[in-house]
Design a protein around this ligand. Structure first.
Ligand SMILES: COc1cccc(Nc2ncc(-c3ccc(C(=O)NCC(=O)Nc4ccccc4)cc3)c(OCC3CCNCC3)n2)c1
Length: 335
């Protein structure tokens, strides 16, 4: 069946999310014992949206960053596409904010710097996210955030309008120019969405909200929102610059990266460059895999560098992730 290959290498566990054409199951990579997330899509259900999955996979292969969930492997069968992805043990940032009601300014800033880092990197690579919201931000261990795009929003073929109608959930994070159906620039719309995100982190509720979508659009286009008394002048100023209805007056990513409120307590600009680009292989991981496969390091390195997004890519990324969080993952020697 469609699941034969994936069940040989992964133990599928509970479903943690489903939306639109995708379902996500947590799973364990049998060889290493590491947890992964597997996004399962049915080709028939996708219909003529299938090209968007290819677009997303192409995007994911280019977007390798410490604050973006890594794609490890793609398994395609006659009816299904399985994307094996980095698992984030902390679940959604959305649930974290709800549990804490709202975040203290320092914690909000610590998270928001990571979000800006991921989005600046995506923009640098020529992409726009277009669906930034707390449900698409996952917590890794030790308070680090990973950006995902669960709803296949990355570079939708139509404008966002069609994207808004099709995708579930409210457009509470969508920019005014976008809900007005105007042509818009993805990166400018992402800045607005990050402003709504920052507001939600600091306040615990949304700046523009209404159960009637038409009324919600009106509020977004008006751009007026409450400022709770606990907001500091620095955060009010930044929110004002991000939640500018006119996209040409909105703060740019360049200005955002050196915004004084974001620098407070860190005094170093936000480092948005990727720390885990694919160009430079980690020597220890190559060695460990060479020993495991009983081949030379040179041979192993050239196999990894093909980036076929098969089991070799998965093992390399899983070993690399463990280097970062200090755990040494040992491949079981082949019996
Ligand atoms: C929620 O329950 C829990 C509880 C405990 C742990 C976890 N852990 C856990 N880890 C990993 C995932 C995941 C990662 C990536 C993708 C993905 O679709 N990547 C594709 C992608 O990111 N493209 C892309 C990114 C940037 C630019 C362009 C394209 C999908 C899912 C997950 O999902 C759960 C869903 C549930 C519904 N809301 C969204 C998340 N959940 C989840």
């Amino acid at each position: 069946s469609d699941y034969d290959e994936v069940t040989q290498r992964y133990r599928l566990q509970e479903t943690v999310g489903s939306g639109g054409f995708a379902k996500v199951k947590l799973a364990t990579h049998i060889l290493t014992g590491e947890k992964v997330a597997i996004k399962i899509m049915d080709k028939r259900a996708l219909g003529d949206d299938l090209p968007r999955v290819q677009t997303e996979i192409k995007a994911m292969k280019e977007l390798v960053h410490q604050h973006i969930c890594t794609l490890y492997e793609v398994i395609e069968t006659s009816n299904k596409i399985f994307m094996v992805l980095e698992y984030c043990p902390g679940g959604e940032l959305f649930d974290y904010i709800v549990a804490k009601d709202r975040l203290k300014e320092d914690e909000a800033r610590m998270f928001f710097r990571q979000i800006v880092s991921a989005v600046a990197y995506i923009h640098h690579k020529g992409y726009a996210h277009r669906d930034l919201k707390p449900e698409n931000l996952l917590l890794d261990e030790d308070q680090s955030l990973k950006l995902i795009d669960f709803g296949l929003a990355a570079k939708p073929k139509g404008g966002m309008k069609e994207q808004l109608e099709t995708c579930c959930g409210s457009p509470a994070y969508a920019a005014p120019e976008l809900v007005s159906g105007k042509t818009y620039i993805g990166s400018e719309a992402d800045i607005w969405s990050m402003g709504v995100l920052l507001y939600a982190l600091l306040c615990g509720f949304l700046p523009f909200d209404d159960e009637n979508v038409a009324h919600l659009y009106k509020k977004i286009q008006k751009g007026e929102y409450e400022e709770p008394r606990w907001l500091t002048p620095g955060s009010r100023q930044l929110l004002k610059q991000m939640l500018q209805v006119n996209p040409k007056k909105r703060i740019t990513m360049k200005e955002l990266l050196k915004n004084p409120w974001l620098l407070q307590g860190f005094d170093v600009p936000i480092d948005w460059e990727s720390k885990c680009e694919k160009e430079q292989l980690n020597a220890d991981c190559v060695t460990e895999m060479a020993v495991f496969n009983n081949v030379s390091r040179k041979e192993m390195a050239s196999k990894i560098k093909k980036w076929e997004y098969d089991e070799t890519t998965t093992i390399y990324f899983l070993l690399l992730a463990n280097k970062y969080n200090g755990r040494t993952l040992r491949l079981p020697l082949r019996t």
